[in-house]
Ligand binder design. Structure first.
Ligand code: 5AD
Length: 418
């Protein structure tokens, strides 16, 4: 979502006659888009601001955007007075006013979010990200997002469909719907839910592939599962963050489900869509996490057989209740748990990747491969990256059959078949 905010800011600037320069020393406007999900991401901001101090001139403006801007507000101006303005995620649609000098500290959440989708500066010729809901109404005790992105606001159903049609008309045949809790979507006017929106988007002509991020387990319902089952152009991939395999920790995190409930949801989805690829997020070292709690996370990874996984050491965030909930876990212990977790997952992932060898899979062509520009790159229906040999004149956005001959670290390798 941060990425899309950058695309929106860039698009809005281009409309006003700005153009991108390759060297920040040549810029007369520098925007830092920031993340505060963990402390490491946040620390980067102040060190980058230190470097940018050298570039500050009367005719050079420096702005801090994103969640660190939201969280720190005036403190950024106090610590780095060479910054011209601070602008939170709720104000992305209001860049013009901020640049005009009307708002030095723009950290409110305007009622009208102003989503000017026609000007988004999309870096990909084949793919468009589309926000359907912003903010989060959950209260996970570790998470800063409800503070930095505010309460949930869903966009109107028809507005989303219009944006998708415009994106498809510009050749973006892959659509990714975005929200902090994407499956909590509800049309403010009609009450139609996420499953209804998924189906409607999937049925728009020329939408070859539809993805979405990030789903909350407690918001998974039958309408969402049926939409995925009934539309072959919806990716057979679901990112479903579990955060921990221990019901005790899940309760302390206020995740609104137990381990058993989560496993049951996974089972329901698998029964409808057997080939689905699940991925997840896991936090290790949450306050009070014992070795036994951690082992439950490991057992869950075995049980679900996630194809992909993102794991993080718990990082205390300002204003969140988690640090008072249990004793901190020693940093060395957390580091060692993270290592064990990745080792286990590596084996599971390799098994899954190896199982694709010899099969012919439909791949949506995205562009030249990053590692070998003589090859093309794309993704399978279930969201694995495939680098493959094919006619270099293959149009981007087309769907090709690719015979998989090799599984690599995170990706597959193959050759297009006629
Ligand atoms: N510490 C560590 N990881 C966190 N995440 C969110 N907040 C924290 C935190 N305080 C992780 C969660 C979430 C992902 C985007 O970042 O796993 O799903």
């Amino acid at each position: 979502m941060n990425d899309l905010d950058s695309q929106r800011l860039s698009g809005s600037l281009k409309l006003r006659g700005y153009r991108r320069v390759d060297d920040e020393r040549k810029a007369d406007l520098i925007l830092l888009n920031t993340c505060s999900i963990r402390e490491k991401a946040e620390n980067k901001v102040y060190s980058r601001l230190g470097e940018l101090r050298e570039l500050k001139r009367d005719n050079v403006q420096i702005g801090v955007c994103g969640c660190v801007a939201q969280q720190e507000g005036e403190r950024i101006l106090a610590r780095a007075p060479w910054v011209d303005f601070v602008m939170g995620p709720g104000n992305v649609g209001y860049l013009e006013q901020v640049l005009a000098g009307g708002k030095t500290i723009a950290i409110d959440f305007p009622e009208d979010r102003r989503y000017d989708y026609l000007t988004v500066d999309r870096p990909s010729a084949t793919k468009a990200q589309v926000t359907i809901i912003e903010g989060c109404n959950k209260n996970c005790t570790f998470c800063i997002v409800p503070t930095t992105r505010g309460r949930e606001v869903s966009r109107a159903f028809e507005d989303v469909l219009d944006e998708v049609r415009a994106a498809v008309a510009s050749g973006r045949v892959e659509i990714e719907l975005l929200g902090q809790t994407v499956n909590a979507y509800r049309c403010p006017a009609s009450g139609r839910d996420f499953g209804a929106l998924l189906s409607a988007v999937a049925e728009i002509e020329h939408v070859r592939r539809l993805r979405f991020m990030t789903s909350h387990p407690a918001e998974v319902n039958d309408s969402m599962i049926a939409a995925m089952r009934d539309h072959p152009n919806i990716s057979r991939y679901l990112h479903l963050p579990v955060q921990s395999g221990s019901s005790k920790i899940l309760r302390r995190m206020k995740r609104l489900y137990t381990r058993e409930k989560y496993v049951e949801i996974i089972g329901r989805i698998r029964a409808a869509i057997p080939e689905i690829h699940f991925s997840t997020d896991i936090i290790v070292g949450f306050p009070g996490e014992t070795e036994e709690d951690f082992q439950e996370s490991l057992r869950l990874i075995e049980e679900v057989q996630y194809g992909s996984l993102f794991a993080f050491k718990y990082s205390p965030r300002p204003g969140t209740p988690a640090p008072r909930i249990g004793p901190p876990v020693d940093d060395d212990v957390a580091t060692e748990r993270l290592t064990r977790l990745f080792e286990l997952h590596e084996r599971i992932k390799q098994q899954r990747l190896q199982s694709y060898r010899g099969r012919i899979l439909p791949v949506l062509v995205e562009g030249p491969s990053k590692h070998d520009p003589a090859m093309l790159s794309g993704r399978t229906d279930d969201n694995f990256v495939v680098n493959f040999v094919a006619d270099p004149a293959t149009p981007l956005g087309s769907m090709l059959g690719v015979r998989i001959d090799q599984a690599q670290h995170h990706t597959l390798r193959g050759e297009a078949v006629a």
